[in-house]
Design a protein around this ligand. Structure first.
Ligand code: GMT
Length: 378
């Protein structure tokens, strides 16, 4: 099938999921066209079955805000016609579902019917989408999608609670490609990060407020008071500077490494013992799943869809948002001796396999086939 994928090209989870999905679909023989404003960060190879089309928004002095939705919907119309694309899959409702719907309607004027699948990822619903300034447009474009999917059961329920949704929402969880991790990294450079006796604690995110970065630092502060440990912070965003300052105030700056954005998270996770995810809200927690497949235990909040991924007392522990004392004491329970740590690490890797791409990809393919077969009815 010829499929257009619209997503954000950044390090954020929705862009990562969309990119990995497109690559996997191309490996299964589909022709994939990514349409966004920059080449997605995890998309390294373009080829016969993977194309990238850049959306440009020309600057014009009259525009106070550049009309990205307009440029995106025009680009969709042109690309869909030029390549004979049969199906449109948009990731993140704002503004992708809205622009996708406009493109669909323009194409229908020319007798071209392209079904649109919208995948909801989290902040498009729980943070940004529910804002009164966006809500009517988000509700409309979700209801006008041919198929709506959400990445967790929790996000489905939040969407139904927050919006007046008339469509069925199908849960298709995020996934992991275990074959990518099948070959253990042989040059895992742990010694560059920490001494043998130190535990390595890791956090990876976009450093937004919702990730509760100060909690990460406070939890680690408590851990390192009890056992030798290092904290590796991966990613970049508005809370990073404050986090560096907080480390200095707490006198732990020599134990915390800020690595910035990385395209090789598995190389960092290969030497990590524990992953911290104390988020305020989290529809799924793809970063935790990526940690788990790399044999890293997880201490997290119990917000949103995290309990669908991290299992209490098995792959790690979950606490109420903001309960840093409990999160630190849970972290110490896991890290206290090698045998316990190994048990949690094994459990994490095993549980991650529930989200193997080979289980999830057929769900998307079945949705595509059904939507394509019914394309004239909507
Ligand atoms: O918060 C992020 O990490 C970025 C955000 C995004 O939209 O790119 O992630 C959301 O989508 C991910 C992929 O489906 C989920 O794993 C994250 O839990 C979700 N983030 C939130 O709900 C805060």
């Amino acid at each position: 099938m010829k499929i257009a994928i619209v997503c954000y090209p950044t390090f954020g989870g929705s862009g990562v999921v969309a990119t990995e999905l497109g690559i996997a679909l191309a490996n299964r023989g589909h022709e994939i066209h990514f349409i966004t404003y920059k080449q997605p960060v995890r998309l390294e190879l373009l080829g016969e079955r993977i194309h990238f089309h850049e959306v440009n928004v020309p600057e014009y002095p009259l525009f106070h805000y550049q009309p990205y939705e307009l440029a995106l919907s025009s680009k969709l119309v042109d690309t869909i016609k030029l390549y004979g694309i049969e199906l449109l899959h948009v990731h993140y409702a704002i503004p992708h579902a809205y622009a996708g719907y406009m493109a669909k309607k323009m194409l229908e004027e020319e007798g071209i019917y392209v079904p649109m699948i919208t995948t909801l990822h989290g902040t498009d619903i729980t943070l940004v989408g529910r804002h009164p300034f966006y809500k009517p447009a988000v509700t409309f474009s979700i209801n006008k999608s041919d198929v709506v999917t959400s990445v967790s059961e929790n996000l489905k329920q939040s969407t139904l609670n927050l919006f007046d949704i008339k469509k069925e929402i199908e849960v298709v969880p995020n996934f992991i490609d275990k074959r990518k991790y099948g070959m253990p990294i042989t040059d895992c450079q742990r010694a560059l990060m920490a001494k043998d006796e130190e535990r390595i604690v890791t956090h990876i995110s976009n450093f937004r407020q919702v990730k509760r970065i100060p909690d990460v630092i406070h939890i680690f502060h408590k851990i390192q008071e009890q056992i030798p440990a290092k904290l590796v912070m991966v990613g970049d965003g508005p809370e990073k500077e404050g986090a560096e300052q907080l480390c200095a105030e707490l006198g732990i700056e020599d134990k915390v490494l800020f690595l910035g954005n990385s395209n090789e998270v598995d190389r960092i996770l290969c030497f990590s013992d524990l992953f911290l995810l104390p988020s305020q809200s989290e529809s799924f927690g793809l970063a935790a799943l990526e940690a788990m497949i790399n044999r890293v235990a997880v201490v997290s909040s119990n917000a949103g869809g995290i309990p669908e991924v991290n299992r209490q007392g098995v792959t790690g522990y979950l606490s109420d948002v903001g309960n840093v004392d409990e999160m630190a004491s849970n972290a110490l329970k896991i890290l206290k001796d090698d045998a316990t740590l190994e048990k949690f690490k094994d459990n994490a890797a095993k549980a991650a396999l529930d989200f193997d791409i080979l289980k999830v990809l057929p769900l998307y393919e079945a949705i595509y086939e059904k939507a394509f077969a019914e394309r004239h009815q909507n």
